[in-house]
Design a protein. Structure first.
Lengths: 478, 252
């Protein structure tokens, strides 16, 4: 396909320059031909290669992008501007977003430092979660398709292999033989499963592995046998390649790369959570190991994988709903045992009906509470005390099968701190006491529970206190 | 333009009313009725009159197998349906009969869509479009009528399904989510089964219809709650078998 000259006009858009000439499409910087017209952001036009010799899957995947991009929203996807008629003149005009793709970090000399890997991984996971919440799976996440903006957040590009749970899957038939990028594709995609959000988590795992070690965990296979390897194989532990990778990060990466989707993080929000809270990651043998999985284990898995075939996937939004992040705000001052007990009861009930849920126990302390002169009240000592109290509080809960973490936030505005925490961690439900956190001031100000209920981006459960314990001890009149 | 596609009303006045109200509230400019106005339900006269009024205002309407059966009830009924056809026939006046007799087997909605009650493949045989192969035969027959046809809309099987043509000339089945507009671009061919207004059978008592937007090239399948207890009561009041009333209450 011939490159368009700068100045060429197409349906009211003028070509400025060719940004990228790829195997699937050409991408041009464009502007409105009409001088006084501007969308308020830079624009890019994508024109698929559709001349003789280009595969039919090019056209279908362009059609898929045409179907999905216009209905996506939020800060993690480029905004859709216009589309050309597929038969007459196929093109897509979307927001052009400046930034670097993850490839930039991979191409840089030397290894990424651990905080950078963590930051890039968390940003990518946040972006993937936002997509899954819209019932779309990307299914072609790779370094070239993840763009990191100057503010550190990620934007996902290229929805040509994506799958929208509520739209006909135009690629369903073609994808029975896996089409995708062999290095990043998830095992279930190899056998033709489309639409599982955990496939994207696998791809993020491959990218984290790359960023950490400079190696691809499964290489870049060119045969279907090579692709099927990931159905049973655990890759060499990252720490074998690079000794300074902390066990927690290896734990995170290898969990993303589990052959079975159910063994991976249940949602990208859970992955982002671990990457944002390294000290709370539960490190198992998976994180510590420095040698490959023994051959006999692989052989056993290989036998099991031989029978793997197509099964339907859960709806992305359903998968998120089923494995929520619950948050409980545990007060530390002006609080009765009865309140703490009631909170624990409410949390226990909520966890009980959500087997895959993870729990974040949060307490907010005032920045004025610590003292630089008094060692008893130093910041770290206070922090440790509060952590211990949170753990103690949670001891009465049955946490089998649930990941749990503890967080002490320092803020003068309790409600705002709780709401921000819920938003930045994709919390699905927050549980807090109905009359705690600011009890004494409630006559003068909107109370903390009321403000949280109003401003939180998630469901809020306000727990009323059980009968004060002292009353339970009173003898009944007879 | 938004066109409401309603099929298999089956003499259920309450369900028809609810769907018409819903469709108007969602900006419908044109109505298309895909057959089976009567049969099973207790108010054939009211439904035929309402549809006739719509037709006079420009609505398209095709004939269904139950309409055909009510026009010429079998002399020796073999089952409940055929027995019901005689009852329906007796309710209808000459003007109602004349309206049903005037209905064609297929109709064109613009240049790109074909309306038919069952399959476009020999419409008078009332073939069930129950799988991809049957959908393919219907689509092929429609293409035989006019290659410009990109959409076939039908009813008859009482469920909401959208079939789409793949590049390898196979029709794929897709179960739409109610209320979600699905893009149906014209470079592919689509066969939409809009479900039943007055006789849902999938365990959900709500009425079904679909809204096609021929400008935006989108189709939205809807489920609409209606007073199904009143519709069931009308069946009992008409002295029809209680089975038909129970069925509406359960949506089975």
């Amino acid at each position: 396909m011939k490159l368009l000259e700068p100045g060429t006009e197409i349906d009211g858009f003028r070509v400025v320059d060719c940004i990228h000439a790829g195997g699937m499409a050409h991408i041009y910087a464009v502007e409105y031909a009409q001088a006084d017209r501007s969308p308020g952001f830079a624009m890019a036009m994508k024109i698929p290669r559709m001349t003789a010799g280009d595969g039919a899957e090019n056209i279908v995947s362009f059609e898929v992008e045409l179907q999905i991009l216009p209905v996506l929203s939020g800060p993690h996807v480029p905004r859709f501007v216009a589309a050309g008629d597929l038969v007459r003149l196929p093109y897509l005009v979307m927001e052009y977003i400046p930034g670097q793709t993850l490839q930039h970090w991979l191409d840089a000399p030397g290894h990424c430092d651990i905080p950078t890997i963590t930051r890039l991984g968390a940003a990518t996971a946040h972006a993937a979660h936002s997509l899954h919440q819209q019932n779309v799976c990307h299914l072609d996440l790779k370094p070239a398709n993840v763009l990191i903006k100057d503010d550190g957040t990620a934007v996902l590009l290229d929805f040509g292999l994506s799958c929208h749970a509520h739209y006909p899957d135009l690629l369903a038939e073609e994808m029975r033989q896996a089409v995708g990028s062999p290095a990043w594709i998830a095992p279930e995609q190899v056998v033709g499963v489309r639409g599982d959000p955990r496939s994207d988590i696998f791809a993020i795992g491959v990218m984290l592995y790359e960023l950490a070690t400079g190696e691809l965990p499964f290489g870049a296979p060119t045969t279907s046998g090579g692709m099927r390897q990931r159905l049973w194989m655990t890759p060499a532990p990252p720490r074998k390649h690079r000794a300074d990778i902390p066990p927690w990060l290896q734990e995170v990466i290898l969990r993303c790369l589990e052959p079975e989707a159910a063994s991976r993080y249940p949602s990208a929000a859970h992955l982002a959570f671990d990457l944002s809270n390294p000290e709370q990651v539960l490190v198992t043998e998976r994180g510590e190991r420095t040698e490959r999985t023994p051959l006999r284990t692989h052989l056993r898995r290989w036998l099991r994988a031989a029978g793997m075939h197509y099964t339907p996937s859960p709806l992305p939004s359903q998968q998120i709903e089923d494995t929520p992040i619950l948050m409980v705000a545990v007060p530390h001052a002006d609080v009765t045992d009865a309140t703490l007990y009631s909170l624990r009861q409410a949390v226990g009930r909520s966890l009980g009906i959500r087997p895959g849920a993870r729990l974040a126990c949060v307490t907010v302390v005032s920045p004025g509470a610590s003292s630089t002169s008094d060692s008893e009240r130093s910041e770290t000592t206070l922090h440790r005390q509060h952590m211990a109290r949170l753990r103690q509080w949670a001891q009465g809960l049955d946490l089998t099968g649930h990941a749990v973490s503890y967080h002490v936030l320092e803020a003068s505005d309790v409600a705002q701190a709780l709401v921000r925490y819920a938003a930045s961690n994709h919390v699905s439900m927050m549980i807090l006491g109905a009359a705690t956190h600011g009890l004494q001031t409630q006559r003068f100000f909107a109370t903390v529970p009321m403000r949280v209920a109003r401003d939180a981006p998630c469901t809020v459960i306000l727990v009323k206190q059980a009968l004060p314990f002292e009353q339970l001890a009173q003898p009944t009149a007879d | 333009m938004k066109i409401a596609l309603l099929s298999d009303i089956h003499a259920n006045r309450q369900a028809l009313d609810a769907c018409l109200t819903h469709a108007r509230a969602h900006g419908t400019e044109q109505f298309a009725l895909l057959g089976d106005l009567v049969g099973y339900g207790g108010e054939p006269v009211a439904v035929v009159e309402q549809v006739r009024d719509l037709a006079q205002q420009g609505a398209l309407c095709v004939l269904g197998n139950h309409d055909a059966m009510a026009l010429a009830p079998p002399a020796n009924p073999r089952n409940r349906s055929e027995l019901g056809a005689q009852w329906t026939h007796d309710q209808l006046g000459n003007s109602h009969i004349a309206f049903l007799q005037s209905l064609p087997l297929t109709a064109r909605l613009g240049s790109s869509a074909l309306l038919v009650h069952a399959s476009a493949d020999m419409p008078a045989q009332w073939r069930y479009v129950e799988d991809s192969n049957a959908a393919e035969r219907s689509m092929t027959a429609a293409q035989g009528i006019d290659p410009a046809i990109r959409y076939v809309f039908c009813g008859h099987v009482h469920e909401q399904v959208l079939y789409f043509l793949t590049p390898t000339a196979k029709l794929m089945r897709f179960a739409p989510e109610p209320g979600v507009p699905v893009p149906v671009p014209t470079h592919r061919q689509w066969l939409g089964i809009v479900g039943s207004v007055g006789q849902p059978r999938d365990g959900d008592a709500r009425a079904m219809y679909a809204l096609f937007d021929d400008t935006a090239k989108q189709i939205t399948f809807y489920r609409v709650p209606y007073d199904h207890l009143a519709a069931a009561a009308a069946i009992r009041a008409a002295g029809l078998p209680g089975f038909y009333a129970d069925r509406l209450e359960k949506g089975q």
